[in-house]
Write a protein that binds this ligand. Structure first.
Ligand code: BGC
Length: 437
């Protein structure tokens, strides 16, 4: 049997992008609820107060996933729905909501996966410094303990932090995502705390036997623009930032400061014993890759010394996100991760392409076909890939891009919120039923 048949297919979603109900049943504000008030930060000036109202329509969405033939439903927990103040008093209605989601998944025969943190810190914690405050490690550990104790009996697969680099880069360095902080100092200190928190969260979850605990890593293939030693060195620098910073400390390799010298400043925030605390032997790696970047050396960008060569200047095909469409990144990163430890299970925990409202969905099918062929080739090389979770089920709130990019295999009507299957959903249903034969 071709190994491709053994892959598990599922779908990934995130609370802040789908749930809406931002004040319903005792939910506290998250940093995204507050950030979207600055409407100029969001391309279409929208927000996620309603989003696609997964809060009320979760059954419908889970039914769609099941009817397509998907076997995993990955969703994230909104921290401020569970703990409106970020710490302290638990909101029973928040617990009840996620219990309903989990139980409904089981009832319908689809496996629920939890992401503990998909970028929506409680605003109350932001007011105390958020990820820049070292206390966040304990706040996060307490929160994860609550999740484990309430949901760990029915949820086996857990993802701790979703895409550290995007969360920290967008939110604490460039200021384009919530909470809109900028600067290298904010970035370095928050990154260190996020990684320590993740390590502690791992410990908390593993106290319960049988849980499978991993992390989801954003991966972007980085290439030099010219074949010069300066551009090659620049590419190494950016690769260390994008593809190593959030992995190597967990592997016990420390921060990759040799290739990215600015990371030496991290020592300011490290205290004795941190290096050991950062070590984690995850049960699996979650890989998420959407694009490739080509970089050239420049002296006028501080710290990084790199300029991105936009896809349009190198005749590359781009999506509505302005990203180069690059499914070849999938086999590349699966190979690369498998070199860390060939036995460690790998999952594509997100995978997709954004189209505009007007584009024919046939393009998404073409994209997923390429993804399948990439997965097929690495499986034949013996890489331990277990499954693929699509990004995403229904079009949703795409952060600073608002509702403009359409990543879903199902669309929704902005007025009625009614869902409609796209061509990809029909194609996938057919594909999944055929591979079972
Ligand atoms: C994130 C998602 C996001 C997607 C497309 C990933 O970085 O985890 O939340 O919607 O990419 O940008």
């Amino acid at each position: 049997m071709s190994k491709i048949k053994s892959l598990i297919w599922g779908v990934a979603t995130a609370a802040a992008q789908t749930e809406g109900a931002y004040r319903t049943d005792g939910k506290g504000l998250s940093i995204w609820d507050v950030f979207t008030r600055k409407t100029h930060k969001i391309k279409d000036k929208s927000n996620a107060k309603v989003a696609i109202n997964f809060y009320e329509r979760y059954k419908e969405d889970i039914d769609i996933a099941v009817s397509i033939g998907l076997k995993v439903f990955r969703f994230s927990i909104s921290w401020s729905r569970i703990l409106p103040e970020g710490v302290g008093k638990i909101n029973p209605k928040g617990i009840a909501f996620y219990n309903n989601v989990i139980n409904y998944c089981h009832e319908k025969g689809i496996t629920p996966w939890i992401t503990t943190y998909h970028w929506d810190l409680p605003q109350k914690l932001q007011e105390k410094g958020g990820w820049t405050n070292r206390e966040v490690i304990n706040w996060y550990a307490d929160y994860v303990t609550i999740l484990r104790d309430h949901f760990g009996d029915r949820v086996k697969y857990w993802i701790l932090i979703n895409e550290g680099i995007v969360c920290m880069g967008g939110g604490y360095f460039l200021g384009v995502h919530a909470p809109g902080k900028i600067g290298i100092q904010n970035f370095l200190v928050s990154t260190h705390h996020l990684l320590l928190a993740q390590a502690k969260g791992f410990e908390v979850l593993k106290k319960k036997k049988n849980l499978k605990v991993g992390t989801a890593i954003s991966c972007t293939k980085i290439e030099p623009y010219r074949n010069t030693s300066r551009d090659i060195k620049t590419a190494k620098r950016i690769d260390a930032l994008m593809n190593r910073l959030f992995i190597e400390p967990h592997l016990g390799k420390g921060y990759p400061f040799q290739d990215l010298p600015i990371l030496r400043r991290m020592s300011k925030y490290c205290i004795d014993g941190d290096e050991d605390k950062l070590k984690v032997d995850f049960d699996f790696w979650g890989i998420q890759t959407y694009t490739r970047e080509v970089v050239k050396s420049t002296w006028y960008i501080p710290y990084l010394g790199a300029l991105l060569v936009k896809p349009k200047y190198r005749n590359a095909e781009t999506s509505i996100m302005g990203w180069e469409t690059y499914p070849k990144g999938i086999p590349y990163f699966l190979n690369r991760f498998s070199k860390y430890d060939p036995k460690k299970p790998l999952w594509l925990t997100e995978c997709g392409v954004a189209l505009s409202e007007q584009e024919d969905d046939i393009k998404r099918i073409a994209y997923y076909r390429e993804v399948i062929s990439g997965m097929d080739s690495v499986l034949n090389e013996g890489i331990n890939l277990k499954g693929i979770l699509l990004w995403t089920l229904v079009d949703n709130f795409e952060w600073a891009e608002g509702y403009i990019p359409k990543f879903g295999i199902v669309s929704f009507d902005p007025k009625t919120l009614n869902r409609t299957w796209k061509k990809t959903a029909y194609w996938l249903k057919e594909y999944l039923s055929n591979i079972k034969l």
